[in-house]
Ligand binder design. Structure first.
Ligand SMILES: [Zn+2]
Length: 267
């Protein structure tokens, strides 16, 4: 791990004031004007972690990270994409995590929100198998994990509990207080998106998350925060998420949120 940190030292874009730890700049929706999006981020002093959901998007995330300061990548198979990428190609993903701008494995996890009409058992089993393989892959590479979880918090936590000393962030956290307490007791982190700017549903969760265990993200192009609703979401709008977390906490949280991301992702 020490070697990894040393390698990264020279790469850190030092003019980051904010970080969006979960963006999909690797998606096609940005390919027409990615340079402008990145330029705006630079002006706003916003860095980001670009998140893979499949082999193709993971590879693209690494390319974007390698071409830009203050941009990093995490790679992996999103549970919903297991349908198309039913086997975790360890050798391929190893070739990605060996690149120095790749700082974690994700987004991985379980998503039982939309189940197929037939073959539910097999659908879930495949997700669980690929998730477990990727957790072990992250552990073996000593990398933090970005969790995607929907309608499956219990199942996800039961799997994670089988392993010791994992670094885990629950991206787009939308569980209840009990699940939050369990996540925190395991030493894990949670991160929140722009949804917190247009619903009060998350206020209590944020109030009850210690300042040093929370991170900011956009999950762009999804869930654009207020006051930009209706526009395509971009990492620069993470400032609205940071602002809202600060309002809920009753203090400015921007440097704390940046520090949390640096600590967690070792950047
Ligand atoms: Zn995502």
């Amino acid at each position: 791990m020490r070697i990894r940190n040393q390698r990264l030292d020279c790469l850190i874009g030092s003019n980051m004031k904010y970080i969006d730890i979960h963006s999909h700049l690797n998606f096609d929706i940005y390919q027409g004007d990615l340079d402008f999006v990145l330029e705006d981020m630079k002006d706003a002093e916003v860095g980001s972690i670009v998140v893979g959901v499949s082999a193709k998007t993971s590879k693209r995330a690494v390319e974007i990270a390698e071409e830009n300061d203050s941009i990093y990548a995490v790679v992996g198979i999103h549970p919903v994409y297991v349908d198309e990428e039913v086997n975790f190609d360890r050798e391929f993903y190893q070739s990605l995590v060996d690149r120095k701008k790749v700082i974690g494995v994700g987004e991985i996890g379980l998503d039982f929100f939309r189940l197929p009409e037939d073959g539910v058992g097999e659908y879930k089993e495949n997700q669980i198998r690929v998730f477990r393989e990727q957790v072990e892959f992250a552990r073996d590479n000593n990398l933090p994990i970005m969790i995607h979880c929907r309608e499956a918090y219990r199942e996800t936590l039961d799997i994670l509990r089988e392993y010791e000393d994992l670094s885990v962030d629950f991206h787009f956290f939308a569980g209840d207080r009990e699940i939050l307490e369990e996540i925190l007791s395991l030493g894990y982190y949670v991160s929140f998106t722009g949804v917190i700017t247009f619903t009060k549903d998350y206020d209590e969760l944020i109030e009850n998350t210690p300042d040093d265990r929370i991170m900011s993200e956009t999950d762009c192009p999804y869930v654009t925060p207020v006051p930009h609703r209706g526009e395509r979401n971009e990492p620069k709008f993470v400032t609205e998420v940071v602002k809202r977390i600060g309002e809920i906490k009753g203090k400015n949280m921007s440097s704390q949120l940046l520090q949390n991301a640096k600590d967690f992702w070792r950047i």
